[in-house]
Ligand binder design. Structure first.
Ligand code: GLN
Length: 481
């Protein structure tokens, strides 16, 4: 095995025993990037020289991420390294500060190698809406890696980064993780600081982890989770050691599977893989029962109202004045605003700004936005009711496996349908994890585990037991051997 193929915890072990060095790890990962990046195209920006220099200078290994390379979705601010959000409007934006999560990973000894591709402003499910180029799925280079954190999932799957961070507003960590056969965790809303993370829909956005296995996910969560006074929505409750939930059995654990998630529109091969996983949970001692989440079908339309409404407000700040692209031809300030935005935003972003502005406008606010908030409450109540009797919920993540590049890009509504099984978690602010549970026609299938608010631990416990008893996390992508 090459070093770039190893997990974070395997690299830590080798560093601790002196069998390898940060410089060797970095050389292996950068060598892998050189070998496959022109085909995968996961990165928007690479910090090769700086990363190499930092790895060469590493002398002591005392902190948990000492000498470990990592990469970030390009929505997360990095001091001195441009942060584009995959948009022309921020193409040359170089932040003067680090996001809290960036700072925490740096403080723990991690070394940033680069910034990863995504759908522009995290709006999309395929990474085809990047203003720069699409990223390709390492399992089949003709297919999308999912999105919007497609660069993060592809980089981890292809061995171009031991782990990465992404954001999940409506599924953007879990869905690409599932398409690329890696583990993806969206923590509870408020668990991880969003400070320095460019906002899409503030009441839904959450930063999380994409990794090669569940243990790595727990290790990275240990670094990024926790209260941040700079983020007023971050919650000040104790953060457990997430690795303490690993290697525990699940005897007696109560698992619910919602019938609405196994119905029409979900590829039968996916349903079958997840049902097989449920049997595995039963064999391992869990109690598995069917439940109902009756308002599930309203989650998608309600999500696309809430998300676009918040996006239209958040994106108002990109006016060509403070940062980003500015149009210099206009001869008055109003034209300067509108021309900068017309040139800087891509068509999907414009579509969402218009949708959201419409939903918030007087006369429509009650009919659309307020109605969507009421639906959100009902979805929340559905989950709360199930969690009165069950520890976790298990279901599929995506209706299909990775689709072909271009197959859905001309049809926004079809593309939005990809999120039907992921958005309820965001509407309710819950944690969710995607774990590989097999292949369908040679492409990865993911299983979704949903937890109670702030109970990422139980989710990780179930995910780890499943992973250790199934071994699907060891599958390697066929497209970049
Ligand atoms: N695909 C969803 C959207 O376009 C989710 C995106 C996300 O989670 N950032 O809104």
């Amino acid at each position: 095995m090459e070093l770039y193929e190893l997990t974070l915890h395997e690299l830590q072990d080798l560093l601790a025993s002196g069998e390898t060095s940060p410089a060797e790890i970095m050389a292996s990962v950068l060598g892998r990037i050189e070998a496959v990046e022109d085909r995968v195209k996961a990165y928007i920006t690479l910090n090769l020289d700086e990363a190499r220099k930092k790895a060469d200078n590493f002398k002591t290994y005392s902190k948990s991420l000492d000498g470990i390379p990592f990469a970030l979705k390009d929505i997360i601010c990095t001091r001195g390294t441009r942060t584009t959000c995959a948009s022309k409007i921020l193409e040359n934006f170089v932040p003067v500060y680090d996001a809290t999560v960036t700072r925490r990973l740096n403080d723990a000894g991690g070394i940033l190698i680069g910034k990863l591709n995504m759908d522009e402003f995290a709006m999309g499910s395929s990474t085809e809406h990047s203003a720069f180029f699409p990223t390709r799925n390492p399992w089949d280079l003709e297919r999308v890696p999912g999105g919007s954190s497609g660069g993060s999932a592809a980089a981890v799957a292809a061995g171009e980064a031991p782990f990465a961070l992404g954001t999940d507003t409506g599924g953007s960590i879990r869905q690409p993780a599932s398409f690329c056969g890696v583990v993806g965790l969206r923590p509870t809303y408020g668990r991880v600081s969003r400070w320095g993370v460019i906002a899409y829909a503030s009441s839904l956005d959450q930063v999380g982890v994409l990794s090669k296995d569940v243990e790595d996910c727990a290790l990275v969560m240990n670094q990024i989770a926790g209260y941040d006074p700079l983020d007023s929505t971050s919650v000040n409750i104790e953060v457990p050691d997430y690795t303490s939930f690993l290697n525990q059995d699940i005897k007696g654990m109560k698992i619910a599977y919602p019938r609405e998630y196994f119905g029409k529109g979900v590829d039968p091969q996916i349903t079958e893989r997840v049902k097989t996983a449920l049997k595995k949970f039963e064999e391992l001692g869990a109690v598995v029962e069917e439940v109902s989440l009756p308002h599930s079908e309203y989650a998608l339309p309600a999500y696309y109202l809430v998300a676009t409404a918040e996006a239209s407000a958040n994106l108002a700040r990109f006016d060509g004045v403070r940062y980003g692209l500015r149009d210099f031809e206009a001869d008055n300030v109003v034209d300067m605003f509108s021309l900068s935005r017309a040139r800087g935003f891509g068509s999907e972003v414009k579509r969402r700004i218009m949708l959201g502005t419409y939903a918030l406008s007087s006369g429509y606010y009650d009919a659309y936005y307020l109605k969507a908030l009421k639906v959100r409450r009902l979805i929340n109540n559905d989950f709360q009711k199930v969690f009165e009797n069950y520890d976790i919920i298990v279901c599929p993540i995506t209706p299909t496996t990775a689709f072909k590049i271009g197959e859905q890009s001309g049809d926004p509504l079809t593309l939005y349908m990809n999120d039907i099984l992921t958005v309820p978690v965001n509407m309710a602010g819950l944690p969710g994890i995607s774990v590989p549970c097999g292949l369908a026609d040679g492409l990865p299938v993911g299983m979704q585990i949903i937890g109670r608010p702030f109970d990422e631990g139980t989710m990780l416990r179930a995910a780890h037991v499943y992973e250790q008893n199934s071994g699907y996390h060891c599958m390697k992508p066929a497209g970049v051997r």
